[in-house]
Design a protein around this ligand. Sequence first.
Ligand code: NDP
Ligand code: GDR
Length: 380
Amino acid sequence: MPDLPALNGKVALITGVTGQDGSYLAEFLLEKGYEVHGIKRRASLFNTSRVDHIYEDPHMTDARFKLHYGDLSDTSNLTRLIRDIEPDEVYNLGAQSHVAVSFEAPEYTADVDAIGTLRLLEAIRFLGLEKKSRFYQASTSELYGLVQETPQRETTPFYPRSPYAVAKLYAYWITVNYREAYGMYACNGILFNHESPRRGETFVTRKITRGLSNIAMGLESCLFMGNIDSLRDWGHAKDYVRMQWMMLQQEEPDDFVISTGLQYSVREFIHWTASELGLTLEFSGEGINEIATVVANNGDMAPAIKVGDVIMKIDPRYFRPAEVETLLGSSDKAKEKLGWVPEITAREMCAEMVVEDHKSARRHALLKEHGLDLPVSVEG
Ligand code: NDP
Ligand code: GDR
């Protein structure tokens, strides 16, 4: 990364550094002068594409961004890393973070998302670092699940609706417990959905921006969706990682809801994406028979699409055994105590995501035109 400021003497450790938030947070902390350590998992293919642009050759003695192999399911690995790094701040962003997948892999999700958090907290305590290492836990609006109050705030009762959310409930409370029991500086950020061009391809916003961009360029023919009536409070990941850092800079540790206070349906997000591509859609039919048909194609971003094409259908495979129908947060506390407000709207974020996904769809289509056809994964 060019032109980093002088080191500020602080050392951060990020679990989940190869994920959406981890990559933005690593950038943010480097720009603040931190030395940043991240935990990456061993994989059979390269899995560092989100942080490759800030990666530094470890042979450089002054490298400020360092990656270590590790896993939240491995106690001795985590303890050794914390002993060696002695971080001032630990950001626990690592998780099996897909709600639908947690129904397929509930035990693994509990091990990584719940017990993984305990492993980190115990390592800090066991090593006697509880007065040095501040701890941030990536808590979630999924804790509210079957919502008990709208908008949801720090005092709203939890009602988790998936193995993911139940695991995160444990992580939330063990973080509070270590704060109260051992005086640790440990905080929960209860973050509502946040997205970006770096969002994983199987989360709904990215599935839509990527899927419709591919359809626009003739690489796919139809987007298959689950519950498009679902309502979410979507923000931009860049705004939200700023808040993760702010939470660890206070005098006293505390828990905060981070949200935009605005709510949209998945169907609206499909409309926005289509509109960024110059398309007008009409939704018709009901329930599992609902479809989206193109009624106008203005502009040149979607050369493969004709008026009358059906580009979205419902596939019940994407329904969840228990759904979180609606989420809407209030970040009044974050605004009052920390002065945090989001800067990027959901609509602006959607536009940014479409630009990036359309760029890669165009590249892909060009390769295809020249006989270099790469497979497009449409599962999500
Ligand atoms: P991602 O899914 O993009 O990233 C998850 C990260 O965790 C990846 O780096 C992944 O590694 C890593 N990871 C997965 N399993 C393990 C494991 N066993 N050991 C170590 N690392 C592991 O998530 P986001 O960046 O979107 O979210 C960050 C955190 O915030 C997560 O904990 C998520 O649950 C939580 N959250 C996210 C919200 C959102 O809307 N994005 C909202 C509220 C909370 P790999 O790259 O190898 O897969
Ligand atoms: P969520 O995000 O479950 O809220 O968890 P996701 O984008 O997966 O789903 C949002 C809503 O869209 C509905 N939906 C679909 N979802 C997916 N993935 N694929 C589809 O085809 C589809 N069709 C409709 C879902 O049913 C849901 O209602 C995210 C994750 O980042 C969590 O880690 C985080 O804790 C929460 O946000 C806050």
